[in-house]
Design a protein around this ligand. Sequence first.
Ligand code: FAD
Ligand code: NAP
Length: 496
Amino acid sequence: MAPRCWRWWNWAVWPRTLSPPARSTWSSCRHFSAQETPQICVVGSGPAGFYTAQHLLKHPQAHVDIYEKQLVPFGLVRFGVAPDHPEVKNVINTFTQTAHSERCAFWGNVVVGRDVTVPELREAYHAVVLSYGAEDHRALGIPGEELPGVYSARAFVGWYNGLPENRELAPDLSCDTAVILGQGNVALDVARILLSPLEHLEDLLLCQKTDITEAALRELRRSRVKTVWIVGRRGPLQVAFTIKELREMIQLPGTRPVLDPADFLGLQDRIKEVPRPRKRLTELLLRTATEKPGAEEAARQASAPRAWGLRFFRSPQQVLPSPDGQRAAGIRLAVTRLEGVGETTRAVPTGDVEDLPCGLVLSSVGYKSRSIDPSVPFDPKLGVIPNLEGRVVDVPGLYCSGWVKRGPTGVIATTMTDSFLTSQELLKDLQAGLLPAGPRPGFAAIQALLSSRGVRPVSFSDWEKVDAEEVSRGQGSGKPREKLVNPRDVVRLLGH
Ligand code: FAD
Ligand code: NAP
């Protein structure tokens, strides 16, 4: 009988760029002995990459290399999580512990799919886990989307968080009104950063509670934005943001919420049927929209110079140009009504439209993964790598975790659970003898390839030098760190 591993390996889908390995290579397919080192690599150093590595290291011999395209680690924890949420970034301490394991290495500045291919990684390692997240934004696909004054929330977030490719975005904040399309937590992050009064930002600086970049802070200090509309194509029962983030928005100093009680008619009865977290969220929305605030809160709201509001049942149809056609001057929204029940409720246009004047449009309708290597199956519609419990369909030895595995939703804790599950399955396959046995060169082979291609990886101790420099630069301005946003400065610091 053929060894079990023959059934697992599907020769029909062996990457075309590689000649199939001689069968003798795999004839040694068997359980790893206690002395052998399973060489595993992970692509991406966000929460998925680090949590996957953390769990894989439970195997007493496994060695894990983490490849990252940026010069610095941690993915969206550094470049996505809002700068005024420092407590969320504490997960970096756990990731740092993982990186300090002598059986783990971090290699930044390596773009998988460009500097090294996935088949090359698969040849060098016993198993490869793709954890490269969702780097693109979902486009709206409406006329005018390309006009100056329209930005993806992804780029805007990248700008205030110092993502190198967005560091020169310099969004024009000279208008009075901004519209954010989409009602998820990213939309609320963006609204909060846009509307935070200067004194609030200064307070955060005083308490070392924000690592927003200096360039973003400069622009926000000059910002004239007074009103932010957060627009959803469905209703209050379908918002994608969560209660903690809504509460933070309601309590944001110097701002007042603007909700139309008409949007909430009949909701009181319907919320009895919905699950508890959604019920509590809707109750908070309902109270904010319909109840008169107490005297103190009413006074606070009356003196607030800035406002934010939720607009429901409005789907973006066109970005309206200014009279000279040079920039965005508004957004045309299709009025919608809901069809269907429960999770499948859909927004359908009623035929009416509404024009909302604004000088800034931020599209926050979600992130999107891309395919990074033609040898890896990819579902462009769902934007995920097709997989069964993290095993990439039809490609033995290849796994995925995080947003590229399940799509661009879920918080860090969800990503952790999901990454642990993938690593559990990988370790099960290893235990069952389903991965190729025999030694694998791991990083030694990849280092030679990278060196021949003029790519110089950045190690975790290199990152620690960058980290120390950022922390020291931040001290002057009362920040936990001042990020080095220009890759040239990082390279100069490291003497590469
Ligand atoms: P990522 O964090 O995106 O990591 C992917 C990594 O892969 C990146 O470092 C990327 O550079 C790297 N990579 C990409 N392509 C390649 C390649 N070709 N080669 C090598 N490396 C590559 N969750 C919370 O719990 N709290 C929050 O406050 C919170 N705020 C958020 C704010 C924003 C704006 C966003 C978008 C998300 C937020 N989340 C938050 C969700 C959380 O960030 C995600 O759940 C999590 O980051 C997903 O992890 P990931 O590793 O799959 O993706
Ligand atoms: P999201 O939660 O999926 O929200 C996307 C929003 O865009 C939804 O309101 C959605 O409406 C809308 N949308 C999608 N396509 C649209 C279209 N074509 N036209 C109009 N509206 C459209 O995505 P996200 O805000 O990018 O957040 C991603 C994940 O990160 C989420 O899980 C989020 O919780 C997490 N995150 C967490 C935090 C935090 O914990 N503080 C902060 C930021 C992000 P429909 O529902 O109608 O599709």
